[in-house]
Design a protein around this ligand. Sequence first.
Ligand SMILES: *Cc1c(COP(=O)(O)O)cnc(C)c1O
Length: 351
Amino acid sequence: MKSNIEIQRIEKSKIDAVDFDNLPFGSVYSDHMLECDFINGEWQTPVIKPYAPISLDPAAKIFHYGQSIFEGMKAYKDNAGNTLLFRPIDNCKRLNKSAERLVIPQIPEAVFMEGLKRLLEIDSKWIPTNEGSSLYIRPFIFATGIGLHASPADDYKFVICTAPSGAYFAGKVKVLIEEKYARAANGGVGFAKAGGNYAAQFYPTQLAIEKGYNQIIWTDDNSHEYIEEAGAMNIFIRINDTLITSPTSDRILDGITRKSIIQIAKDMDIDIEVRKISVSEVIAAAQSGSLKEMFGTGTAAVISPIAAFGYKNTDYDLPTIATSFATTLKKAITDIQTNKAEDPYGWRVLI
Ligand SMILES: *Cc1c(COP(=O)(O)O)cnc(C)c1O
């Protein structure tokens, strides 16, 4: 591994053109990006340079065989102007877990962390300070090496780009419990953040949207009897005062928000169960009135409450709850993330 970071600064910042009060999610990009190439069997010197298109050979394997993995994380500014990350080493470890599964070389933790820190220092002004907003960070690695034979590429590129983003309001989310399609299978790549997983979700999601839903609740590929994830988020279901989430597996992504919420809920004395949860259990709970809440967890929206779900041509509305776990837990985790509350876990990392 080559050390140091080469820095090429932008001539004129684009920041004056950005309306920080009206930021969409992930569609405005900051001045700089980090690039690091894997060539001749080693990672080269990382370069921080102006955000710009990447030029690739048409035979690059990313186009043909989809070797591509990514991460999603956020940087926040606290009231004192400090830059904070949330469990960033976990993102690096998970990127390397995805890398192993896709036969992509491991990114050294030092390249990931030092590169990220340096990039955030240089684009520090791009970290929004408005309530609920953050700098969304997208690290990714893909195959640049060429060849039309179906085998792993020789060369890769690691990139980090960032996007200042406003609070993510999904609105009232209506979801459809999937009975035919699956996002993942045993022995597959569902646990990895591999680009292809998302491409494969688009078609069934489009069908659900055409039926009037916003997202899909994924069920297990084998029986479609067990609830697994909500779109590209992990899922939590509250029956009476018990919060339930599926265990991670080959098919379920090990979300950092998910495991943080499990920990926080335990410490708030919320009764939490990590176990398989069947569709029939959820339907029975909805019918008896014991189903109180369903919500998704993920870095982008943090917690996204579900207002209604559909299953076998019947729609079920969730009640409006005065003291919702979703609201309480969202406040607890975002207060830790943004330094408004103590962090007994050591999750917050000051840059
Ligand atoms: C990224 C992702 C999540 C959420 O993970 P976080 O680490 O909480 O952001 C959940 N499910 C899928 C399929 C994902 O891609």
